[in-house]
Design a protein around this ligand. Structure first.
Ligand SMILES: [Zn+2]
Length: 441
């Protein structure tokens, strides 16, 4: 009998391991934040003992979901402006607030995002925003994992006066947070229409030098494609490729407006795609050709995008939307199966984050685990756990979230966030946001 830090037992474990195995009446043993045994409950009980045994009964355990593209602090702007033409939305509502952001506000917005993600079963996310250092502070407090990056533009941001200072800030943040295993960093040029070829080249060089991933918005709309052709003589994916930006290191967010040749280019270069179906629907950007990309072997991950264009950071509802969108897009209910979509929200996300020890439950993997209450009426009866997770679970059934064996949320309570104080702070910041928008319009 071996001692371990924590033992979990539950009715069903959806592992998302290499064979996508599902364990009925299973157990997980955790030591130092890592899974040391995962098997039938009887087997685990016969081998491991612990002072911390969690008998979760009618629960389903699964890897915490991975949100592969968001702007966490945009929770500040949730519902502040909707149903507007894209340029009016951006220029008169989003940018006037973002241009005036201070670190405290970014940290508050990011903490609110972390609270929402923890509550609804997301344990890791990829984040691009302004004053990203403030987001890292919120992530550090909340206990989640992030792959983050300061958004890099050719114009000033609240975090820096020009690009040279911006890229210096990327280096500074990389060395500041390097030793925090939950906070990893990427180089994140915002998009092709907010940067120059020189900026994108420097971004690639810095990413290669520091061995960091690259994350960029790409091919989101037809408008972007037209502007890219006018400015640089190429479509966005072609243009990014001509600057050496496409590789296994890179994740492109959106990839909506693509030709077949561009899909081939993404596949051949091993570029990851972060698909954001709800944002693409809400902003009327279009429908990403994920079936064609999957057929060519592109690694497709799933993201919510920011809370101003979704408006939730809920990966369960995002999974359902993803499946439904592509079924109706092709008028074919067999596309975007539940298992395909669950992979996008788990193991595919770990690949794009370049963190292979998350996104599945197996020996040696990080204990990033969520528990779902199977006694809720919308999850009864249980025929097929994967179907239930994608088509019937709303995220409200999550009753426990842990990262590296640390419980962050349990039975309605946050263990690392003062949630009542966060509610009050969110009410206060709403007034400031509304003032900034009214001043402009
Ligand atoms: Zn985005």
């Amino acid at each position: 009998m071996q001692a371990c830090d924590t033992l979990l037992f539950a009715e069903i474990i959806v592992t998302q391991d290499e064979t996508r195995s599902i364990i009925h009446n299973g157990g997980i043993a955790i030591t130092d934040g890592t899974i040391v045994c995962i098997d039938a409950a009887d087997t685990v009980r016969s081998q491991y003992t612990s002072e911390n045994v969690m008998e979760l009964g009618s629960s389903l355990l699964m890897p915490g979901l991975i949100n592969s593209h968001t702007h966490a602090a945009m929770t500040l702007l949730r519902g502040a402006a909707d149903d507007l033409p894209l340029m009016d939305w951006l220029n008169n509502h989003i940018f006037p607030v973002e241009q005036n952001l201070k670190a405290e506000q970014v940290e508050l917005g990011a903490l609110l995002a972390c609270a929402e993600m923890t509550r609804y079963g997301t344990t890791s996310f990829t984040d691009m925003y302004l004053i990203e250092d403030a987001t890292y502070k919120a992530v550090d407090q909340s206990g989640l994992r992030v792959l983050g990056g300061e958004a890099l533009f050719m114009f000033p941001s609240p975090a820096y006066p020009d690009f040279d200072t911006g890229i210096a800030l990327v280096r500074e943040l990389e060395s500041k947070w390097r030793n925090n295993p939950r906070i990893r960093q990427a180089v994140m040029p915002h998009a092709v229409y907010t940067t120059t070829p020189e900026i994108l080249t420097i971004c690639r060089e810095v990413a290669e030098e520091l061995d960091l991933p690259i994350h960029i918005h790409l091919a989101e709309t037809q408008t972007e494609t037209q502007a890219c052709i006018e400015s640089f003589g190429k479509r966005p994916v072609e243009y990014a490729h001509s600057l050496g930006l496409l590789s296994e290191r890179t994740t492109v967010a959106h990839a909506v407006d693509l030709t077949d040749d561009e899909i081939t280019l993404l596949a051949e270069t091993g570029t990851n795609v972060a698909h954001n179906p709800e944002s693409n629907m809400k902003l009327a950007s279009g429908m990403a050709p994920i079936e064609k990309m999957l057929a060519k072997g592109v690694n497709i991950t799933l993201g919510t995008d920011g809370a101003a264009s979704n408006n939730a950071l809920n990966m369960f509802t995002e999974m359902a939307s993803c499946a439904f969108l592509h079924k109706v897009q092709h008028l074919d209910p067999t596309v975007a199966s539940a298992q395909t979509v669950l992979d996008m929200a788990t193991c595919n996300g770990s690949r794009s984050m370049r963190q292979p020890d998350i996104g599945s439950l197996a020996v040696g993997q990080q204990a990033d685990i969520i528990a779902i209450d199977l006694t809720q009426p919308n999850l009864l009866p249980m025929h097929n756990p994967v179907s239930q997770l994608v088509y019937a679970t709303t995220g409200a059934e999550v009753h426990m979230s842990m990262v590296a064996g640390d419980i962050l949320y349990q039975n309605g309570k946050y263990l690392r966030i003062d949630y009542p104080a966060l509610i009050e702070a969110a009410k206060d910041v709403a007034k400031w946001v509304q003032k900034k928008i009214q001043k402009r319009s």
